[in-house]
Design a protein around this ligand. Structure first.
Ligand code: 5GP
Ligand code: ZN
Length: 116
């Protein structure tokens, strides 16, 4: 699934609106429509990659950039000092519902562990 079939590709294309917090050459970030914490941002590659499970060696830099961008956004959003969580859900048991690779950035409250 990619392009017109994929919700997050539509956000990348601007066909579906989102509250963007970052627009870069290879990545964008936007607020989750159903936030699970006071700060809940999704960092996604512009390129359609279905999941971490289908990422390839050629995506090494992109994946690193995505994590560093999440850290930058955490600092910019004022949660870095108190801490935050980055999560990549993969596949059914991982709880992935949108099949375009995304990093969740969650912060602004103490988060439970382990996740449900
Ligand atoms: P997953 O469950 O695949 O790890 O995460 C998908 C996330 O995308 C969920 O947290 C969900 O709330 C979010 N989401 C689903 N549809 C939309 C949408 O149309 N806009 C935005 N901003 N977030 C969405
Ligand atoms: Zn996509």
């Amino acid at each position: 699934m990619s392009g017109s079939d994929c919700l997050f590709c539509k956000i990348v294309e601007g066909a579906i609106p989102a509250e963007l917090v970052h627009e870069g050459e290879r990545l964008i970030a936007f607020r989750d429509i159903q936030p699970r914490a006071p700060l809940h941002v999704l960092v996604i590659p512009r390129e359609h990659i279905a999941s971490l499970g289908t990422a390839e060696a050629s995506h090494r830099d992109l994946l690193g950039e995505a994590l560093l961008l999440a850290a930058d956004i955490a600092r910019a959003e004022g949660v870095a000092d108190d801490g935050y969580r980055t999560v990549i859900n993969t596949g059914g048991d991982g709880g992935q519902t949108v099949h375009h690779l995304h990093v969740h950035l969650l912060g602004g409250r103490a988060l439970g562990w382990p996740p449900g």
